[in-house]
Structure formats: C-alpha cells, structure tokens
Design a protein around this ligand. Structure first.
Ligand SMILES: *[C@@H]1O[C@H](CO)[C@@H](O)[C@H](O)[C@H]1NC(C)=O
Ligand SMILES: *[C@@H]1O[C@H](CO)[C@@H](O)[C@H](O)[C@H]1NC(C)=O
Ligand SMILES: *[C@@H]1O[C@H](CO)[C@@H](O)[C@H](O)[C@H]1NC(C)=O
Ligand SMILES: *[C@@H]1O[C@H](CO)[C@@H](O)[C@H](O)[C@H]1NC(C)=O
Ligand SMILES: *[C@@H]1O[C@H](CO)[C@@H](O)[C@H](O)[C@H]1NC(C)=O
Ligand SMILES: *[C@@H]1O[C@H](CO)[C@@H](O)[C@H](O)[C@H]1NC(C)=O
Length: 331
C-alpha cells in the first residue's frame, strides 16, 4: 500500500515535466533579463496580502481558470467593457470572481513601477494564483512565462465556453475537451473547490426545486438529504439568496486538503458539476484514488493540471500586447 502513492507521484512528476516542455513557446523565467525582479514582486505582494485576505486565493484560481477557458490565458477576463462597445467577459462573471480584480490591479501597478510595459497581465494572473495557493498551504507548480495579453473580451463567449455549475458530466467533459483537457484534468481542477465560497442562487434548485415542482421535498436526490436539509436551515434559507456565504468545502474552505473529494463520495458536492464527477466510472475512480491520500498525491496531480491549463491557447511572440493597465487595452 505504502509504495503505490509514491509510484504515482513519480509518474505524475514525469508527465508534468513533459507537459511543460510541450508548452514550448512559454519559458521558465521569461523575464529574467527584461525584468529580473518581476516574479519576486508578485510573490512578495501575495505573501504580504493573502494572510490578510486568504479567500482571495480561491478568487485568483477561479479568475485564472475563467481567463484560460475563454480566448486562452490572455487576461481577457480582466478587461472592462469598452465604452460604446459590447459587454466584456467580466460582465458575465459572478461578483465573487470580480473581487480579485482589484488585487491584480495592485500587483500590476507594482510591477509596472519596476519595469513599465514589460510584464503581461496574463503572466501576473498565472503567477499570483500559484503563489496564493502556496501561501495557504497548497501545492506549488512551475509557471513558465511569456504569455501576452489579448485585446478582445466578449461576454457571450464566457457564457458559451465556461463550464456552468449546473452541468452534467457529458457537458463538463465536452467543455474541457474543447480546451484540450481531459477527464483527469476535470477531476483534479475541480479539486480547487477545496477552497472557496459560493452563494445559494448557484445551486438552490438542488435544495428547493429540482424537478420544477418546488418545495422542500423537491431536492436533488444525488445530494445527501441531511446536508441539503442543513443548508436549507442555515445558509440557504431562501433560493434566491445571493449574499450569504456558503463554504464549498464546509469546515475547511480555506485549507487545500482532500475533504472536497471526501465530500463528493458522501454526496455532499455543492454544485451539480461537483456531484457529476462521481457519475462517470473513470472520473469516480480518480476521485476514489485521490481521496485515499496522501494529500501530496493530490498536490502533484493538481499541479500538473494547473500547468496544462495555464498553457491553453496562449499568445506569445508578436501576438497580443503587454497591457499597461489590466482593465484596458493599450491605445
Ligand atoms: C474598470 O471597471 C471598474 C468597474 O466598473 C472601474 O471601477 C475601473 O475604474 C475600470 N478601470 C479602468 C482602468 O477603466
Ligand atoms: C454585484 O456587483 C454589482 C456591481 O458591482 C452590485 O451592484 C451588486 O450589488 C453586487 N451584488 C452582490 C450580491 O454583491
Ligand atoms: C446532459 O445535459 C444536456 C443538457 O444540458 C442533455 O442534453 C444531455 O442529455 C445530458 N446528458 C446526460 C447523460 O444526462
Ligand atoms: C421551479 O422551477 C420551475 C421550472 O423551472 C419554475 O417555473 C418555478 O418558478 C420554480 N419555482 C420556484 C419557487 O422557484
Ligand atoms: C441579487 O438579488 C437581488 C434581489 O433578488 C437582485 O436585485 C440582484 O440583482 C442580485 N444580484 C446579483 C449579482 O445577482
Ligand atoms: C454561513 O454564513 C456565514 C455568514 O456569512 C459564514 O460566516 C459561515 O461560514 C457560513 N457557513 C457555511 C457552512 O457556509
């Protein structure tokens, strides 16, 4: 028994390195010559701020994920709607995601002070997400850099391409496959729900109105009945409550641990998209295997999938630009 996880860990490390090399156009330490202190500035700021606002770690991971799933990891999620133009990806994002923007603006300003116009917002988002997860005791992964920022952000694309919390397994996997990711990435990246919070309105039909008949008897049968009842009693007393905080991984929502996967196996995944992970044989096998621990195995596979995610459709070389301010394209 004791040997098995170790073999898995080594295998995963090998695969992770291979994936990084395939990432090709990005490179480790891209700013080593052009802005040698860039990565340290991001890290220092994260180290100083995240202990004060640890829930921002989850926000940053979610923002990075949203960014990569729409037009690649090009910081398009950070752009404001243009005056006179259509709405941006940001306008499709729930408020919980929006909270990270201010944080990123502050990091970007510090980096700009050191080296104006050199370091992309897309790289800052990737680095800050990694560093924030590290600060709260989560895994470390390598972040090769050299991403450039996009100039386009369209609300409808976010609505079409981001996996929704109400999706079943088939639709979730389709949205991951569309980005070159697979079943394992879906299972490991969902593990980010070990940190973070939500609001009732994202899953309240599972508590109140699953078939459309309504009433407390109309709950999602795939959700543990006692857990559903306790949510209805405590933090989801009304289906439309969009302000009360609900911990995605109750009791340890600031800790990067295995309890999200334990919760899934007890039918306590909060979203339908969480519950969906145990409806597919291959995904369920992944959940069961990682849930056994040790946590280091989860850390390794999560890290590998984050590296893969961070390479989705990146813009490099002469593509895109280095934005001066993350919320607006350069003139
Ligand atoms: C982007 O939009 C936000 C919210 O509307 C606003 O507070 C901020 O000033 C805008 N940023 C820029 C650079 O225009
Ligand atoms: C969400 O953000 C909008 C615009 O910033 C604000 O008007 C609204 O009150 C916020 N809603 C919640 C639930 O925080
Ligand atoms: C998944 O949901 C879609 C609609 O969103 C539906 O068309 C499809 O039949 C569902 N698949 C399964 C296996 O339930
Ligand atoms: C329950 O769902 C049905 C169908 O989606 C909808 O028409 C109805 O308004 C919902 N009831 C409540 C109380 O939200
Ligand atoms: C939150 O709910 C209130 C009342 O139902 C609504 O006016 C508001 O637009 C909602 N905010 C968001 C961000 O959904
Ligand atoms: C319920 O909401 C309160 C207040 O927003 C929050 O402090 C608490 O952590 C929440 N509990 C759960 C289990 O989500």
């Amino acid at each position: 028994m004791a040997g098995a996880p170790l073999v898995l860990v080594m295998l995963v490390v090998a695969v992770g390195v291979a994936a990084a090399e395939r990432g090709g156009k990005l490179q480790q330490g891209f700013y080593e010559q052009s802005c040698p202190r860039a990565e340290q500035i991001v890290k220092d700021y994260v180290e100083q701020q995240i202990p004060r606002e640890p829930s921002v770690a989850a926000t940053l991971i979610r923002t990075h994920f949203h960014d990569c799933f729409v037009r690649g990891c090009d910081a398009s999620v950070l752009l404001n709607a243009t005056t006179g133009g259509g709405e941006a990806e940001k306008d499709a994002a729930p408020n919980l995601t929006l909270r990270g923007f201010d944080f990123l603006d502050r990091v970007k300003a510090l980096v700009e002070q050191e080296c104006p116009g050199v370091v992309s917002c897309a790289d800052i988002l990737a680095l800050a997400s990694r560093d924030a997860v590290g600060i709260i005791g989560g895994p470390f992964w390598r972040v090769p850099t050299g991403r450039r920022d996009g100039r386009v952000s369209i609300k409808q694309e976010a609505l079409d391409q981001l996996p929704a919390p109400t999706m079943n397994f088939t639709d979730l996997l389709a949205s991951f496959r569309a980005k070159g990711l697979g079943v394992a990435d879906l299972v490991w990246l969902s593990g980010a729900h070990t940190i973070g919070i939500s609001h009732c309105n994202f899953f309240s039909e599972r508590l109140y109105n699953f078939t459309g008949h309504g009433g407390p008897g109309d709950a999602d049968p795939s959700l543990d009945a006692e857990y559903a009842a306790s949510l209805r009693r405590t933090n989801c007393t009304t289906p439309t409550d969009n302000t009360t905080i609900v911990e995605m991984d109750p009791g340890s929502f600031l800790t990067f641990d295995l309890s999200y996967y334990h919760g899934l196996l007890q039918h306590q995944g909060l979203f339908q998209s969480d519950a969906a992970l145990i409806t597919d044989a291959a995904a369920r096998a992944d959940v069961e295997s990682v849930a056994k621990g040790p946590p280091e195995v989860f850390f390794q596979v999560f890290a590998r999938s984050m590296m893969r995610m961070g390479m989705i459709e990146v813009k490099t070389g002469g593509d895109g630009e280095i934005r001066r301010h993350c919320a607006v394209v350069n003139n």
